[in-house]
Structure formats: C-alpha cells, structure tokens
Design a protein around this ligand. Structure first.
Ligand SMILES: Nc1ncnc2c1ncn2[C@@H]1O[C@H](COP(=O)(O)OP(=O)(O)O)[C@@H](O)[C@H]1O
Ligand SMILES: [Mg+2]
Length: 354
C-alpha cells in the first residue's frame, strides 16, 4: 500500500482523479523507425486532475501516449514514476476489496467495441457478466437490468439475444457504453470512442455520452486524436505531444486562442462546415523519436512559429501558466495578454487566412 485508503470524510470531496507526474517507458520491439530495445518514452511527466462530473479531453496524434495514460489511470499498468489517486486513494497501491471497488467505479469504453466483445457471447450475457461479478443487482434481477441498460443506450431489450456481429458500428459502441455503465461507475475513460465511426454516427454517440453524463453525474476522461470531436463534449482539454502535455486549458479558450504551435496546427486541420474551404494538412512532418532534438522542444522540427530559433533547440520548455486556466510548453508563446493579440488560428477564424 503506498497510499492511505480514503476516509469516509474525504470521499466525495476534492477531485475524483489526480494524476501526478506519471511516466512510462517501453523497450522498442524493433521495426522501421526504432532499434530493438531502444527506450520509447510513451508517457513523460503527465499531470492532470478531473473534478467530479466534468469531462477532460486528452487529445493528440496516434502514438503520443493517450492509451498508455488511460491504462495507467485505470490501474491496468504501473507507471515508472508518478501517482494516480482516485477519490484520494493511490490506485496502484489498492488491493483486495478496495481494488475490486475501484475496478467497478472506473470503467473503460474502447475505440473498437467489436474487439472488446466476445463474438460467441450474446450481448445480454456480456452485459450481465459484470453485474454478477460485482453483485450490482441480485441474480434474479440481472435480466431486467440488462433490458434497462439496452433501452438507456438507445437499443432494444430484445437485442440481448443477438450476437455482437449482428450490430452496426454505432450500435456496437452503444453496447460498449452499456457494458461500462452496467456497474454504475463514477469515472468512464473513453479511449477514442468514436474514432472508428462515420461522422454522422459519431454525433449520435457523442450526444448519448453527454446525456448519460448529465443524467448519471459521470466523470469522463475523453480521449481523441481529433480536436473537432472534443469541442462539444469537454470543458477542458489537454493536448499531448510525444508523451507530454504541451497545452491544457478550457475548450473555449484553446479553440479561440491556442497557446502552443502544435495545438494551432491541429486546429488548422479541423475542417469547418463552410463551402469552398480547403482542408489543410494537419502538421508538417511526423512525430518520431529519432527526429527530435534530445535537449530542446520536441515539436521544434515541425514548428512553424515565426520566432522559432536556437533557444527552442536548447532546452525543453516547461509547462508554463500563460493565462487563467491556460498552460503551454512553448518559450515563444508570451503571457496571456499578448496571446489575445495574436488572433485566432486560420482554421477557426471567421476570415480566410491570408
Ligand atoms: N506495450 C507496449 N510495448 C512497447 N511499446 C508500446 C507499448 N504500448 C505502447 N507503446 C508505444 O508507446 C507509444 C504510445 O502509445 P499509445 O499510448 O498507445 O499512444 P496513443 O494511444 O496516443 O496512440 C507508442 O510509441 C507505442 O508504440
Ligand atoms: Mg490509443
């Protein structure tokens, strides 16, 4: 046990989740870009908090460390450094009944609901299993609870008798959500829950998640590689780049006036519903460990900031407080008054970029 269990007085107060300086390194299996055994710094010094009932979005390109963060938060993987506290207790120090309770209270929704469902098990059984494991309802009430869950996520109670492959992508994601909700969790980590879905279906699933949060008081860690998806679901956003949070702040401020050149580039790639508008390439280049200066800003080789210079290659920028509720790792981003004057990024401006 590396932390105290929450005292009854403490539970229910303070943030639900406190992630403090977590890091995780893997040995590369070897491949096109990496030598075998080379250290992959999947997550480096990641810190954030989640208040009860809020949504924090974690956004960044594929491979930047989002899923590793999710696994560490859920206690499925140990960090090399740092701590995760859930309701005041150290997640990686839990055992016995406390661990079982945490496994019920913190649930995950995966990107690929098909892969997370056993193809040979009927949906009703898949939903009933966690109910039995955690003893959420008496055995004789499991079937009724499953029917209620299916209805709650917009499916038919009769769907309990069908197999996963009989459903569309959006329906399968509803099943994944129902399964996560079946045990009445407090925290739901949604790891790219709509990335595999068509845009029209994405909106329906996002709306469902929002409705469920409102009705059930859920707390979400919402992971996405696409900023456009998080705009309407999250109040706060943390942008990750190569294992680190490079910007965090309120959704509103971040979309209007991004602090970090990487966030700016991601936003310029967000297509706007405007006829004749060209969708630009997201960010030039590609995130790869080998292409990064060891000492300096990891984004420097791809950065388009007009003032980018040797100082950017010299030291890793700290995560600085740039404006109220706004932090960024960029030495060329001035404090908040000046940021306001820089204007919005091209992708979200009302005027076309020059
Ligand atoms: N079990 C593992 N073994 C080796 N490398 C891993 C493992 N899990 C993740 N990685 C590497 O860590 C980095 C971050 O991965 P991940 O957290 O899955 O990113 P994301 O979810 O943002 O796409 C990637 O370079 C990935 O290849
Ligand atoms: Mg992932």
């Amino acid at each position: 046990m590396s932390g105290p269990a929450p005292s009854p007085a403490r539970a229910g107060e303070g943030p639900l989740l406190e992630v403090e300086g977590i890091a995780r390194t893997y040995a590369a299996p070897g491949g096109a870009f990496r030598r075998r055994g080379e250290a992959i710094h999947a997550v480096r010094d990641v810190t954030f908090q989640l208040r009860r009932g809020e949504t924090l979005a974690l956004v960044g390109e594929s491979g930047c460390g989002k899923s590793t963060t999710a696994r560490i938060v859920l206690g499925l993987e140990r960090p090399d450094a740092g701590t995760v506290r859930f309701d005041g207790a150290d997640v990686h120090g839990l055992s016995g009944a406390d661990l079982l309770s945490f496994r019920r209270r913190a649930q995950i929704v995966f990107q690929d609901p098909v892969g997370s469902l056993n193809p040979r098990i009927r949906v009703g059984e898949a939903l009933g299993e966690p109910l039995r494991v955690h003893g959420v309802v008496p055995r004789e009430r499991v079937a009724a609870r499953v029917a209620g869950l299916l209805r709650r996520v917009g499916l038919d109670p009769e769907d309990a008798d069908r197999y996963p492959h009989e459903f569309s992508g959006g329906q399968r994601q509803r099943i994944g959500i129902a399964r996560a909700l079946s045990v009445e969790p407090d925290l739901v980590v949604a790891d790219e829950p709509v990335s595999a879905l068509d845009v029209s279906v994405q909106a329906q699933v996002l709306n469902l998640l929002s409705d469920l949060q409102r009705d059930l008081g859920l707390t979400y860690l919402f992971i996405a590689h696409d900023l456009a998806v998080v705009r309407h679901v999250a109040r706060r956003v943390a942008v990750m780049y190569m294992g680190r949070i490079v910007e965090s702040g309120t959704c509103e401020a971040l979309f209007e006036r991004p602090l970090h050149p990487y966030t700016r580039a991601l936003l310029e790639a967000v297509p706007r519903p405007r006829p004749g508008r060209r969708v630009r390439a997201p960010v030039r280049g590609e995130a790869r460990a080998g292409a990064v200066p060891e000492a300096g800003c990891p984004f420097e080789p791809r950065c388009t900031h007009p003032e980018r210079d040797a100082a950017c290659r010299a030291t890793l920028p700290p995560l600085e407080h740039k404006r109220p509720e706004g932090w960024a790792r960029c030495i060329k981003t001035p404090a908040w008054r000046v940021v306001e004057e820089m204007g919005p990024p091209a992708g979200v401006a009302d005027e076309p970029p020059a």
